[in-house]
Design a protein around this ligand. Structure first.
Ligand SMILES: [Zn+2]
Ligand SMILES: [Zn+2]
Length: 247
């Protein structure tokens, strides 16, 4: 029971960092925040992703490429050029590392307006830190696991960030229904979105990329949007006013 709770908590707290901070803030700038809160959420995302920490700059650049070239050869993670999800993840990793190390040519239009904290990155992106996080998950299992098979969940903790990204990129461009006739293969995968905090309304999101609420129909629900409204009401973030056609 404790292990299951740990897995669920780690999953959602880490995913919140990815969807709220990396996706909706770093990549899309749907809202603004002051330097204190930016550093706070940057650190939050690092600690929650832990061993599978994703750099905000590289994430933002890859994600902007994804929107601009959705489901074409230039898309860093479309399921339509790969037979299974692992080869897609491997390709995404290649582009991500290239952007991070400066060996992948990044278009100027994608390469600005994202949070950068080199000191945090140096620590977060080091193998020492990644291994320490990994060992802390193993230690937790050592103390609380009540059966051997529970250890099979450990790889999910180790690779949390990329796994969550891959579920969205694979399922959200392959399975589900469409509300909008976009040029790509984006779909709304509503039946498993409870696992993905609104991220699987890909078709809605590709239709209106700057819109902070990924749900459109009355029967769709994006659980992160009320949290965004709350953080706005608390003045922790400021929602960017949208053109009325984008609401
Ligand atoms: Zn997409
Ligand atoms: Zn997006």
């Amino acid at each position: 029971m404790v292990i299951f709770l740990f897995l669920v908590l780690h999953w959602y707290l880490s995913l919140f960092g990815q969807t709220f901070f990396l996706h909706r803030y770093a990549a899309h700038k749907m809202f603004t925040m002051n330097p204190f809160w930016e550093k706070f959420w940057y650190t939050y995302t690092w600690v929650m992703q832990g061993s599978s920490y994703l750099n905000a700059r590289a994430y933002a650049i890859l994600h902007r490429m994804h929107h601009a070239y959705s489901d074409t050869k230039e898309d860093p993670h479309t399921p339509h050029f790969f037979k299974e999800v692992f080869s897609m993840m491997w390709h995404t990793r290649k582009v991500y590392n290239g952007v991070l190390e400066g060996t992948w040519k990044v278009e100027e239009k994608f390469n600005k307006n994202y949070p950068v904290y080199p000191k945090i990155d140096k620590l977060a992106d080091s193998w020492t830190m990644r291994i320490l996080f990994g060992l802390s998950y193993v230690a937790f299992y050592y103390f609380f696991a009540t059966a051997w098979w529970m250890y099979l969940f450990l790889p999910i903790h180790f690779l949390m960030g990329p796994i969550q990204g891959a579920v969205v990129n694979w399922a959200g461009h392959k399975y589900g229904y469409r509300n909008f006739d976009e040029k790509d293969h984006s779909k709304n995968t509503l039946i498993i979105d409870f696992l993905m905090l609104g991220e699987l309304f890909q078709n809605n999101h590709h239709h209106a990329g700057a819109r902070p609420n990924f749900a459109v129909k009355w029967w769709e629900f994006d659980p992160v949007y009320p949290v965004i409204r709350l953080l706005h009401a608390l003045h922790i973030i400021r929602l960017v006013p949208l053109a009325s056609s984008n609401r």
